[in-house]
Design a protein around this ligand. Structure first.
Ligand SMILES: *Cc1c(COP(=O)(O)O)cnc(C)c1O
Length: 373
């Protein structure tokens, strides 16, 4: 007689699923969503476009999602200055599914993935879920320094000789963008690997921050992933994408499920690109909140990490779990990302930024309650 745990794949036993708490709180600043609702112009366009496709939902959608690819290629080209064609774009239900397609096609069992911790928790989860061996690389020799050193990253890549390397810029949860020499060095040092640069937060980067998109020409193993979940305030839609060599993109058709992007998802995505300016209108405000958050945390005597994203990692908590709990009791949900003495806080509206700073000031000045035991 065997329990389900015994039937589960050996390599999955004992692992935890992705688990950011979904709690109903007044101030939710734990998953880096946009605090701003979808603008009215886009809501109207969504209603119209979904109304148009609704009668034809008896048919499968465009398997190659051509209109979505055109829209994404136009957006990437016009906002980054890096010319990307529609056949270099791939999209799926969130960039998590894009990453999964990459791992399915270029990773898989008996292959190795390398990432540089702390980084996005889904990179190892997706890799292990596909049976890969995950190697936790070091960002620097000093655990308090979160910037990746090109030399150290390249030497680890050379040693591991992985099949997939994950870089993340701006990095979640630390917030800072990568220098491009890191991407170049890792690309050269791992000649058998697909090099994935996860740029989920690219739109929030401080001025002058380069994108790995500029490195795509001539690098057929380089992939840049992005998402509409963050800057586009579209987390509920589930639309992520990548830009890469057209042949690499085409190979992903081997692993995607047929018709993976529903007709509704495609219609809603195209509606957003009718009003790109409106969709991105709050990005500057969010960057302002982020900078105000950094300044406010600094003023509280905490140690915020410089951020190119819509969140701030902040250190200086003697007991980060107790602080997390005390903030929750004040209606503020932030993220404990498992880095000792640190918490991650999403930049929300100016009011939310004030609320979290006010709550933190109270929590810090209240002596910790003694354990009753
Ligand atoms: C939020 C996030 C994503 C986005 O995932 P989606 O599936 O597109 O919502 C991807 N990468 C990183 C690093 C993130 O923080």
């Amino acid at each position: 007689m065997s329990g389900l745990q015994d039937l589960l794949r050996e390599d999955l036993r004992g692992h935890e699923p992705y688990g950011a708490p979904q709690l109903d709180v007044p101030v939710a600043l734990n998953t880096n969503e946009s605090s701003y609702e979808v603008p009215r112009t886009v809501v109207d366009a969504i209603v119209r476009r979904v109304g148009e496709v609704a009668p034809t939902l008896n048919r499968y959608p465009d398997r190659e999602f051509a209109a979505v690819r055109e829209a994404l290629a136009g957006y990437v080209t016009s906002t980054t200055g890096c010319a990307v064609d529609a056949d270099q774009i791939w999209a799926a239900n969130g960039s998590n599914e894009v990453l999964q397609h990459l791992v399915q096609a270029f990773g898989g069992a008996e292959r190795t993935a390398l990432g540089f911790t702390p980084s996005y928790s889904m990179h190892p989860l997706i890799s292990r879920g596909m049976g890969m061996t995950w190697i936790d690389g070091m960002r620097s020799c000093d655990p308090a320094v979160f910037d990746v050193s090109a030399q150290l990253a390249a030497s680890q890549a050379r040693e591991v000789d992985p099949h997939v390397v994950f870089l993340c810029s701006p990095n979640n949860p630390t917030g800072t963008a990568l220098a491009l020499d890191v991407v170049e060095a890792v690309y050269e040092a791992a000649p058998h690997a697909i090099i994935v640069v996860d740029e989920a937060y690219a739109e929030f980067a401080r001025p002058g921050t380069p994108s790995a998109l500029t490195l795509l020409p001539g690098r057929e193993r380089l992939v840049v992933t992005r998402t509409m979940s963050k800057a586009f305030a579209f987390a509920g839609v589930r639309l992520g994408y990548l830009a890469a060599d057209a042949e690499l993109t085409s190979l992903l058709r081997l692993v995607r499920l047929p018709y993976h992007l529903s007709a509704v998802t495609q219609a809603v995505t195209c509606a957003a690109f009718e009003h790109t300016g409106d969709m991105l209108a709050m990005v500057e405000a969010i960057k302002g909140s982020r900078d105000a958050l950094v300044a406010g945390l600094d003023a509280l005597g905490l140690t915020p990490v410089p951020s190119d994203a819509n969140f701030v990692l902040v250190g200086g908590f003697p007991d980060e779990r107790a602080t997390w709990q005390a903030l929750l009791e004040r209606g503020v949900l932030v993220r404990d990302v498992g880095i000792p003495h640190h918490l991650r806080i999403t930049a929300g509206t100016p009011e939310e930024t004030q609320a979290v700073l006010t709550a933190l000031r109270e929590v810090i000045s209240t002596p910790a309650r003694k354990d009753s035991r």
